[in-house]
Design a protein around this ligand. Structure first.
Ligand code: FAD
Length: 569
């Protein structure tokens, strides 16, 4: 018996017995199993474990306990054992009970629990174990000890060691950092040999690279850097959600497909620790996991990839398209999809960046607003989108504070929104103010606001922060023939500016002003800035590619030609 602790709490002896049986029989070899009959006993033991520096990996609790609810108990756990996963145990069908259903909805939305787990039935209950092993995998990821983690050892947290961590993050690769003079750092350096130049990167297969280039990191982790061929049906620029979706559908539907990305996988989505509003993932999914799985799915269908390559030019000649890569390679294609995304202007406060998805959000509040019911929420930004977000949140939150850097609202917001914001009860506006700090234990708890006129700081309680300080599309490199709006977003289909479409047929829905070139996801004018909509647009682009090929009497290179004599069913 060794390792971290798994805790189960329930006042119902039968439930506790079932949970204990399944936990002990499956996990006792690697974890210590602790079963407790009351919330107060559990809290006392969890405090003792924290004081003794012992790791708790998972706490499962029933909801209806004396003295406090299970979700309150699990919420308090966050401060004691921030990495521990928290599951509410319910009986089969109990989600239909109104009080339990609301408790689940509320506590997930408020980040008090990770998810609910069904009480085990006949042993072995693989459904129960699937939930438990999923939670334990997330726990190892949070502690940066998941299988196949890459280790960086460096002299300091900053400089090249920081850049390497950024590269691995952009490649959606699990990684961890150790200082060279720490116990773990020394152990890894000893394996790398004497006098090695720092920083080093240690790969799961034992390969050690000293101060590698970005391309060397990609290659060592099995990610291609150069396109395998020079001719494709479809070249996709950008391996974010839109590009990966188009790659999966394109390759699966017989188009020879190449995806090029200047970084690694997943685009902006990799900076989200928990995407809760993507269909099919009721417990939420980390951007990194989603990107890895999408890449895998596209790859098994035959899509090709070239990472760490920036696309620097796009030209059209004689109905063919030519894409130039940063190393000078020129790839020919029949169609191109621009899925280059946009960069949200970041707040630049590390403690708040770390809470992204846990009370701190970039972009609109649509899916998070109900969770803000009865809470104190801040919206940062002075534009129309920030004004709309604040008004929407005011329907749910106890208080909404719109934080604006400028001295007046009129500078960036339409008049009608300004008036509505000023007249909405519970909505306060703080002008000449910026957010310079904040934090919380696993969830946003406080913000530091600075008055720009006086320079004074004030710390306020906050449960939610929505950052809406604009986005910049990655489209500056495009030639002038690709029509863009005043902020640089690529116009497509019916949105194209008059006179920009150069040929006789009408442009297709997501087609840009350069025939055969499509745009999808955040880089597109009018797009909804969401993972699901980027994925949807990526799939629609492939449907349009079929139409383009039909119009131009082309046949996908990746699909075998049907024999002319084939007889239909
Ligand atoms: C912190 C954060 C949290 C978020 N949370 C959520 C959430 O919970 N739910 C949700 O629905 N949405 C969320 N979003 C928004 C979501 O991530 C984006 O809407 C989505 O990633 C857009 O996908 P995309 O494929 O269009 O672009 P991106 O994800 O931006 O990907 C574009 C890719 O193109 C590459 N690229 C750009 N230019 C070039 C070039 N010239 N050559 C080669 N490659 C290039 C980039 O390296 C990048 O990998 C979040 C965004 C952020 C920043």
């Amino acid at each position: 018996m060794s390792g971290a602790v798994l805790v189960a709490v329930d006042e119902d002896a039968d439930v506790l017995r079932d949970v204990e049986r399944e936990l002990r029989e499956r996990y006792a070899r690697h974890y210590r199993v602790l079963c407790l009959k009351s919330a107060h006993e559990a809290l006392a033991r969890l405090e003792d474990l924290a004081a003794a520096g012992e790791e708790v990996a998972l706490v499962l609790s029933g909801q209806w306990l004396s003295g406090m609810t299970g979700s309150e108990l699990l919420d308090r756990l966050r401060r004691l054992h921030p990495h521990a996963k928290r599951g509410l145990v319910i009986a089969w069908g109990e989600w239909g009970d109104r009080a339990t259903g609301e408790a689940i909805f509320d506590s997930i939305a408020r980040g008090q629990i990770d998810h609910y787990v069904l009480r085990p039935s006949a042993s072995p209950d693989e459904l129960f174990h699937q939930a438990i092993s999923g939670l334990l995998l997330e726990w190892t990821e949070a502690r940066q000890t998941s299988p196949y983690t890459i280790y960086i050892v460096g002299e300091s947290w900053s400089g090249r060691a920081y850049e390497l961590r950024q590269v691995l993050g952009r490649c959606a690769i699990p990684h961890s950092f150790f200082l060279a003079d720490s116990t773990e750092g020394r152990a890894r350096l000893a394996k790398a040999g004497q006098g090695v130049k720092l920083p080093i990167v240690v790969f799961p297969d034992g390969t050690v690279l000293t101060d590698p280039t970005d391309a060397e990191i990609a290659l060592a982790s099995g990610s291609p850097v150069n396109p395998e061929r020079m001719e494709f049906d479809l070249v996709i620029v950008g391996a974010g959600p839109a590009g990966l979706s188009a790659a999966m559908y394109g390759a699966s539907e017989g188009f020879s497909t190449l995806v090029i990305d200047e970084g690694g996988l997943g685009g902006q989505a990799t900076s989200s620790s928990l995407i809760r509003n993507y269909l099919g993932f009721p417990r939420g999914v980390s951007g990194r996991r989603l990107a890895q799985q999408a890449y895998d799915q596209a790859w098994v269908f035959g899509a090709k990839f070239a990472f760490m390559q920036r696309v620097t030019d796009l030209q059209r000649a004689d109905d063919e398209l030519f894409v130039t890569l940063s190393d000078g390679t020129r790839v020919r294609s029949r169609a191109v999809l621009l899925a280059t995304g946009a960069t949200y202007h970041r707040l630049g406060v590390p403690a708040l960046e770390a809470l992204s998805g846990a009370g701190v959000y970039y972009g609109g509040p649509a899916s998070e607003a109900p969770a803000m019911s009865g809470r104190d929420v801040y919206v940062l930004g002075g534009g129309n989108s920030a004004g709309q977000a604040a008004l929407y949140l005011a329907r749910y939150a106890r208080s909404v504070t719109l934080v604006v850097r400028a001295q007046s609202l009129g500078a960036g917001m339409s008049h009608y929104l300004t008036r509505e914001a000023e007249a909405t009860p519970g909505l306060r506006i703080r002008l000449s103010t910026e957010i310079v700090g904040g934090g919380g234990d696993g969830w946003l708890e406080r913000l530091v606001l600075r008055d720009r006129r006086t320079g004074t700081d004030e710390t306020v309680d906050a449960d939610g922060l929505f950052i809406m300080i604009g986005a910049r599309p990655h489209t500056d490199w495009l030639p002038p023939e690709v029509d863009r709006d005043e902020r640089g977003f690529v116009r497509t289909g019916t949105d194209l500016a008059e006179g920009t479409w150069p040929i006789e047929r009408d442009p297709l829905l997501l087609e840009t002003s350069m025939p055969g070139v499509f745009a999808a996801g955040d880089a597109r004018h009018g797009s909804v800035k969401r993972v699901a909509s980027a994925v949807g647009e990526g799939s629609v682009a492939i449907q349009l590619l079929h139409q383009l090929f039909a119009v131009n009497a082309l046949h996908p290179r990746g699909r075998p030609q049907e024999p002319a004599s084939a007889i239909g069913p």
